[in-house]
Design a protein around this ligand. Structure first.
Ligand code: SAH
Length: 327
């Protein structure tokens, strides 16, 4: 099977999928995310939303959707911060796009009044759409291709005896891969993520205002498929369905798929600093929480931690003002 079929089965199989069967987040889970590290993460994104809503003319009703909301922590923190904008809370109709029944239950606790959709296509069409997603795109199934001269060989997952093993499909021509990866050398592995591009195209068709935060690059290459279990790297094939499985996001392809939306791109560290995370950390750090808050601030923004590996992509309608955090 293709790597994308393997990844989809591991993560979202209705019976055995990793996300279907558990809450993977937190100290006792397999990985931790920005919103679970600190309330400051969601607060800064909430301020971004409040400004973008105001710049859109403060519509009296809008759909505020989060894709892959985990435990609902990010949405809860964003809504609390965005209350600073009078009218925002009343205007927001909160929707969560989530496939996991286990996580839906956690989200219902964290975000009273939320509604759920299985896919972006199921979100209401009759109001302006604002979308936020953190570590959602990295969970969508990728395909991998190895350059062999002028041709490409798709990386496959198969059986060797009774063990899963990687292999390569026969070489084939692929003009779209040629275009995207014109400069990569023979023997280089490249990745594509059609489901992420489909989401971007759908949001563009809706004229949505979106913020995507994830690890990855503008347009990288190399094998980034990785499994994580108990906060440590694990064997991708040996842990099928029991470890988190992700790939780095190629933001350039998301931005291209979202044309004609305008794309702005920066690192998480720079974005959070521009939105005022240092001032917020100072305000929270009074009393005995000083070291804890300083540690959270560092973790979210420092180049040696999440600050540079994680990127932020904003997609907005052409002609709308540039959104906060991008210069
Ligand atoms: N955004 C959260 C959780 C990230 S984990 C945080 O930052 O803490 C990835 C999330 O995406 C989980 O909620 C998972 O259930 C969800 N998810 C994964 N694949 C999905 C899909 N195809 N459609 C909808 N949600 C998906």
């Amino acid at each position: 099977m293709r790597v994308s079929e393997f990844m989809a089965a591991c993560l979202t199989d209705p019976e055995h999928g990793y996300y279907t069967t558990r809450d993977p987040l937190g100290a006792r889970g397999d990985f931790i995310t920005g919103p679970e590290i600190s309330q400051m993460f969601g607060e800064m994104l909430g301020l971004w939303l409040a400004q973008v809503w105001a710049d859109a003319g403060a519509p009296a009703r809008f759909v505020l959707a989060e894709l892959g909301p985990g435990r609902g922590t990010l949405m809860a923190d964003m809504l609390r911060a965005a209350r600073l904008a009078p009218g925002f809370t009343e205007a927001a109709e909160v929707w969560l796009v989530e496939t996991s029944p286990v996580l839906r239950r956690a989200q219902a606790q964290a975000v009273p009044g939320a509604r759920w959709a299985d896919r972006v296509a199921d979100l209401p069409q009759d109001a302006p759409l604002f979308v936020v997603a953190n570590e959602f795109l990295d969970a969508l199934p990728i395909r991998q291709f190895l350059r062999e001269g002028a041709l490409w060989r798709e990386r496959m997952v198969g059986l060797e005896g009774d063990q899963l093993a990687f292999g390569l499909a026969p070489a084939a021509a692929d003009p779209e891969l040629d275009r995207r990866f014109a400069d990569v050398a023979d023997g280089t592995l490249v990745e594509t993520c059609a489901p992420a591009e489909a989401v971007a195209a759908e949001l563009a068709a809706r004229g949505a205002r979106c913020l995507f935060v994830d690890y990855g690059d503008w347009a990288g290459h190399g094998d980034t498929l990785q499994a994580l279990a108990g906060h440590a790297p694990a064997d991708v094939l040996a842990t099928a369905g029991t470890a988190d499985l992700t790939a780095h996001v190629g933001f350039r392809w998301i931005a291209e798929a979202a044309a004609p939306l305008r794309a702005d791109f920066t690192t998480q560290g720079v974005f959070l600093e521009r939105l005022g995370i240092t001032a917020r950390a100072q305000a929270l750090a009074r009393g005995d929480r000083a070291d804890e808050i300083a540690g959270q601030h560092r973790r979210l923004t420092h180049p040696d931690e999440m600050g540079t590996l994680f990127k932020v992509l904003a997609l907005t309608p052409r002609g709308a003002p540039q959104t906060p955090g991008f210069g």
